[in-house]
Design a protein around this ligand. Sequence first.
Ligand SMILES: Nc1ncnc2c1ncn2[C@@H]1O[C@H](COP(=O)(O)OP(=O)(O)OP(=O)(O)O)[C@@H](O)[C@H]1O
Length: 133
Amino acid sequence: MGWVPPRPGTDPRALRGLRASFAFAFAGLRYAWKSQRNFRLECIAGGAALGLSLWLGVGLVEVLFLILVVLALELLNTALEAVVDLASPTFHPMAKAAKDTAAAAVLVSSVLSAAIGVVLFVPPLLRRLGLAS
Ligand SMILES: Nc1ncnc2c1ncn2[C@@H]1O[C@H](COP(=O)(O)OP(=O)(O)OP(=O)(O)O)[C@@H](O)[C@H]1O
């Protein structure tokens, strides 16, 4: 077996363990950003939605929640893809089921967030553009 990372939860120096946990989590974010085009697109779309919500005065908390749900599921999808590639480098119907179902979770959350986004954004946008009172 190769290098084994330290296990943060078992580090007796609690603060150091916490710092290591954050470092691992940020490494995961970096991996997703570098390897997943969808994650980058979702971050950009999320940034645009945040800017729009500030401009239109739409609730930031609601918008942040919708963005973070999609990003968190995309991160889980990325993690699952890595595990499946490790466990099943060649074609297997269960590997396909796992990857397709994880991708479906991202799709469901994205469609739901987009639908709620339309409900949140369209009325204030129309008012801002003078197309509704
Ligand atoms: N080991 C495998 N066995 C069977 N089917 C697989 C396997 N690996 C990938 N697939 C199929 O190919 C599809 C794409 O897999 P891939 O690993 O390329 O994901 P991806 O296109 O990078 O996904 P995403 O766009 O979410 O990052 C999967 O959804 C699945 O249907």
